[in-house]
Write a protein that binds this ligand. Structure first.
Ligand SMILES: [Fe+2]
Length: 215
């Protein structure tokens, strides 16, 4: 019963907005977002002046190729409290599946208007907003394809989370070497997949993904 009461309390906190998605619950609160590998393409540099819109390369006027997306969400603790001091580092492949990283040997083209890396702090309510393009799939060394995903490195004074976020409805999701193994690693795959969200912008897709830090 105590667990049910705690769950209701968290649900009341987190569910105050109809936009908040239903995070997975445990008797102690929200299930922390799972840790994942940094992967081989952790950025070697972050462009100065890059902000939460990475559809343009800093200092250039062109727009990155691909489907523009707006990704929003909250960073919170297991009780659903916002973590306003969290810092986020985000990196991803371009729409063709290529990283701006010297170790990426994929032959897909680099997009001169896309770096795919940025860092920023969340707001006072733990919210973040990222405008980017949907990343493409890419081959990994064993020969399988990585399904489209975005890498996150989220940290505050107490905790650091490295995670990967996926997109709903992708044909490659069932075969991705990391996403498809989450269940066997005692994780919930649905927690790693963002949810469609509303947008009033034509030709822009919106998604929401909340992040729970074990802090
Ligand atoms: Fe990746």
């Amino acid at each position: 019963m105590a667990g049910a009461v705690a769950a209701q309390a968290v649900a009341a906190t987190v569910g105050s907005s109809s936009r908040a998605r239903a995070e997975s619950m445990t008797p102690k609160g929200l299930l922390p977002t799972g840790q994942e590998t940094l992967g081989p393409f952790f950025p070697v540099r972050i462009a100065p002046m890059h902000d939460q819109d990475i559809t343009h390369y800093p200092g250039k006027t062109g727009r990155a190729l691909g489907q523009v997306i707006e990704l929003t969400g909250r960073v919170m603790d297991v009780k659903g409290n916002p973590l306003p001091n969290a810092q986020m580092l985000i990196w991803q492949a371009n729409a063709a599946g290529r990283y701006v990283n010297p170790v990426d040997t994929n032959t897909a083209p680099i997009d001169p208007n896309f770096l795919g890396v940025t860092a920023f702090g969340v707001d006072a309510q733990g919210r973040y907003r990222l405008r980017t393009v949907k990343p493409g799939a890419y081959p990994e060394p064993s020969g399988t394809m990585r399904t489209p995903h975005i890498h996150f490195d989220v940290a505050n004074a107490d905790y650091r989370l490295v995670a990967q976020m996926y997109f709903p409805g992708e044909a490659l999701n069932a075969h991705d070497l990391l996403l498809s193994t989450l269940a066997s690693r005692h994780r919930k795959p649905e927690d790693a997949i963002c949810k469609p969200a509303r947008t009033s912008e034509p030709n822009v897709l919106a998604f929401e993904w909340n992040i729970v830090l074990l802090t």
